[in-house]
Design a protein around this ligand. Structure first.
Ligand SMILES: Cc1cc2nc3c(=O)[nH]c(=O)nc-3n(C[C@H](O)[C@H](O)[C@H](O)COP(=O)(O)OP(=O)(O)OC[C@H]3O[C@@H](n4cnc5c(N)ncnc54)[C@H](O)[C@@H]3O)c2cc1C
Ligand SMILES: *[C@@H]1O[C@H](CO)[C@@H](O)[C@H](O)[C@H]1NC(C)=O
Ligand SMILES: *[C@@H]1O[C@H](CO)[C@@H](O)[C@H](O)[C@H]1NC(C)=O
Ligand SMILES: *[C@@H]1O[C@H](CO)[C@@H](O)[C@H](O)[C@H]1NC(C)=O
Ligand SMILES: *[C@@H]1O[C@H](CO)[C@@H](O)[C@H](O)[C@H]1NC(C)=O
Ligand SMILES: *[C@@H]1O[C@H](CO)[C@@H](O)[C@H](O)[C@H]1NC(C)=O
Ligand SMILES: *[C@@H]1O[C@H](CO)[C@@H](O)[C@H](O)[C@H]1NC(C)=O
Length: 543
């Protein structure tokens, strides 16, 4: 790494954040340590400017001015803009494995849920947004949110948090955070490294970034044995999936039944020479998919892909692995830090874990998937936003952010650690009673929309019950959101018909407020129901 001196940096015609000027130590390979500004009463670092980080920032800024007087609040985002997974690849070639792309986003990506149900409270998508929008609208929505709530002064783009270490014990201490800032401009592009201390760390680094790739026997032998005249064999995780045309006239196995696998099946299926979907027992392909289903893969031989039922395929060119992601936070883990132990075979559980632990599916022990309960640091020192899966993220992120904001403002708001730990253990026991292993289910809210909505309501009810915000007697998740979620599939079929008829503008005319979006969903659902009574269900493209 090359450092240009302070003088040159200070002449660069752009801002790289609001850090204190750097000492000459930077010219060498050392780091400048920047202290919290004198007089700051509390300092908070947020990592990530996706849905989660933006929500945390906004809810903290919403605290009454006198409460957050003197707080220093900095959000670090490693990429060139806000939006997280919804910010498309940078221009240029997609990296090859093992290097990871910045986002799993692919050009044909649309939401699979109607956008009014995906919003932050009281902040709608722009008028005219299609009900199941393509990814550009989602990115724009995040930019609009940052603009509207004036979040930019706190956001540092092109800033990678490379490590965060806790200096202290479970009662007191501070974070030492190491940051690498990409400085661009003129004819100089430099990485500037510095360290900064914070009282609180909020992690919103997303959980669609570290692919889970099953370890099958024989993949190397299979990959090295492409028959002459065929495209080179490949096995790629869906994080690398971009263009279905690549698979034209190829024989492809799509592995998995999650959202990524379903999209790949629907997009690649019609172009492939043959498309297979490898599914666990009980999973089904999308109804209109053109695929041959296979069971789970057992292993590979030099010639073939072998399935657990003993059948095999020797005509396969490519595999797309929609096998999901791992929960990792590299900047909290060895070798960068020792706050989070990452171990798929950990012998520990929530009561015995000596440190915060990820078994790659589940980070534990945490209070309501947010606050650290490990005995190595105070509970409010570390909070996560956006861990729950199978939930509309933005409203959940905002609910989590609200609890975090008030817990940071008043450290007596949360119950004592042992009480939170008992609650967690009771929750894990409840899952076991339902036949589920909490350490495998991880952060997935498998109880469907009801569990996902109750989760958010409980967070906000807690804040209300303790007087931190007024109790208006209302549930946090409004009825129209609940109904909208249950109508998702019907609405997807309805919207497809609207698009086929070219009637988007007519339906969206005059729809702006939350209430108007809710009414639109109801009208569309009714219109579709009536049609389906007569014609039956049409195929659901967004299922
Ligand atoms: C392909 C795909 C389709 C989806 N479709 C839907 C959908 O239709 N409906 C729905 O409700 N949800 C959908 N989701 C879920 C989606 O992930 C959430 O809606 C939400 O956008 C996640 O936001 P996040 O902030 O938690 O994480 P992310 O969006 O991943 O943001 C995390 C941010 O943290 C930054 N970061 C990470 N590490 C560091 C570091 N060390 N230093 C600095 N910055 C860092 C990253 O660069 C990133 O910008 C989809 C997800 C994917 C991957
Ligand atoms: C500096 O970075 C910018 C943005 O990433 C890029 O467009 C530009 O070409 C780079 N300049 C040099 C000299 O590398
Ligand atoms: C993989 O193959 C090796 C050697 O052939 C064998 O010893 C091992 O048990 C296999 N592993 C699995 C998971 O099948
Ligand atoms: C499709 O691929 C097969 C096998 O590689 C090849 O024989 C055939 O000519 C291809 N067809 C077209 C239309 O490209
Ligand atoms: C804090 O750490 C000490 C010493 O490791 C331990 O005895 C104590 O139980 C911990 N307290 C909490 C609340 O975790
Ligand atoms: C902090 O929270 C506790 C617990 O709910 C409450 O009793 C106390 O009044 C709160 N303090 C302030 C300053 O709001
Ligand atoms: C954790 O493990 C210990 C020891 O194996 C066991 O006694 C305890 O009940 C477990 N707790 C939970 C929450 O599973």
């Amino acid at each position: 790494m090359v450092y240009i001196g302070l003088l040159v940096l200070s002449l660069l015609p752009f801002s790289v954040g609001r850090q204190e000027p750097l000492g000459s130590a930077l010219v060498s390979d050392q780091y400048a340590v920047t202290a919290t500004p004198a007089g700051a009463t509390k300092s908070i670092a947020i990592v990530g400017a996706g849905s989660g980080g933006l929500a945390a920032l906004k809810t903290i800024l919403d605290l009454p001015k006198d409460v957050r007087e003197g707080w220093e609040i900095e959000l670090y985002e490693q990429r060139r803009d806000v939006g997280g997974v919804w910010l498309a690849d940078p221009p240029g070639k997609l990296p090859d494995p093992p290097e990871l792309p910045e986002t799993p986003l692919y050009p044909l990506l649309h939401t699979n849920t109607p956008h009014p149900t995906m919003t932050y409270p009281h902040f709608t998508f722009r008028p005219g947004t299609p009900l199941f929008p393509s990814h550009e609208y989602l990115w724009q929505y995040h930019v609009d949110y940052a603009d509207h709530f004036n979040l930019w002064p706190h956001i540092h783009l092109n800033h990678v948090v490379s490590s965060a270490a806790w200096r202290g014990d479970n009662a007191t201490g501070e974070w030492e955070v190491e940051i690498h800032a990409q400085v661009t401009g003129g004819c100089q592009n430099e990485t500037r490294a510095f360290k900064k201390t914070f009282d609180h760390l909020i992690v919103a680094n997303g959980h669609n970034h570290y692919p889970y790739i099953p370890a099958w026997n024989g993949t190397d032998e299979w990959l090295g044995n492409t028959p002459p005249g065929f495209p080179e064999r490949e096995i790629l995780h869906s994080i690398y999936y971009r263009h279905p045309e690549k698979y034209t006239n190829r024989s492809v196995i799509i592995v998995g039944a999650g959202a990524s696998a379903r999209d790949a099946v629907l997009q690649v299926g019609p172009l492939a020479r043959t498309a297979y979907q490898s599914l666990s027992e009980g999973s089904e392909p999308p109804p209109e998919a053109q695929v041959i289903t296979k069971p789970r893969i057992s292993h590979f031989t030099k010639e073939a892909v072998v399935f657990i039922d003993g059948t095999s395929l020797d005509d396969v060119d490519s595999l797309i692995l929609g096998t999901g992601y791992e929960f990792r936070v590299p900047f909290l883990s060895v070798p960068r830090s020792n706050v989070l132990v990452t171990d798929p075979d950990t012998p520990y559980n929530s009561t015995t874990a000596p440190a915060l632990t990820s078994n790659l599916r589940y980070i534990f022990p945490l209070h309501r998937q947010i606050f650290n309960l490990a005995p190595t640091l105070p509970t409010t020192a570390l909070a996560f936003v956006g861990l729950p899966v199978l939930i509309a993220n933005a409203p959940s992120d905002a609910a989590q952010g609200l609890l975090i904001a008030h817990a940071l403002a008043n450290t007596s708001l949360l119950p004592p650690r042992d009480e939170m730990l008992r609650e967690l253990v009771a929750h894990e026991d409840l899952l076991r009673l339902k036949g589920l292993d909490p350490y495998r289910v991880g952060h997935r809210l498998l109880g469907g929309d009801t569990e996902a909505q109750d989760y958010q309501d409980d967070l906000i009810d807690y804040v209300k019950k303790h007087g931190a915000i007024p109790d208006d007697g209302q549930k946090y998740v409004e009825q129209w959101r609940r109904t909208g979620r249950t109508l998702s599939r019907l609405l997807a079929r309805a919207w497809k018909r609207v698009e086929d008829r070219g009637e988007e503008a007519r339906w969206l005319d005059g729809v702006e407020t939350e209430d108007e979006w809710a009414q639109l969903m109801y009208r569309l659902a009714e219109w579709q129901e009536e049609w389906e009574k007569e014609h039956g269900e049409s195929a659901n493209p967004y299922a």
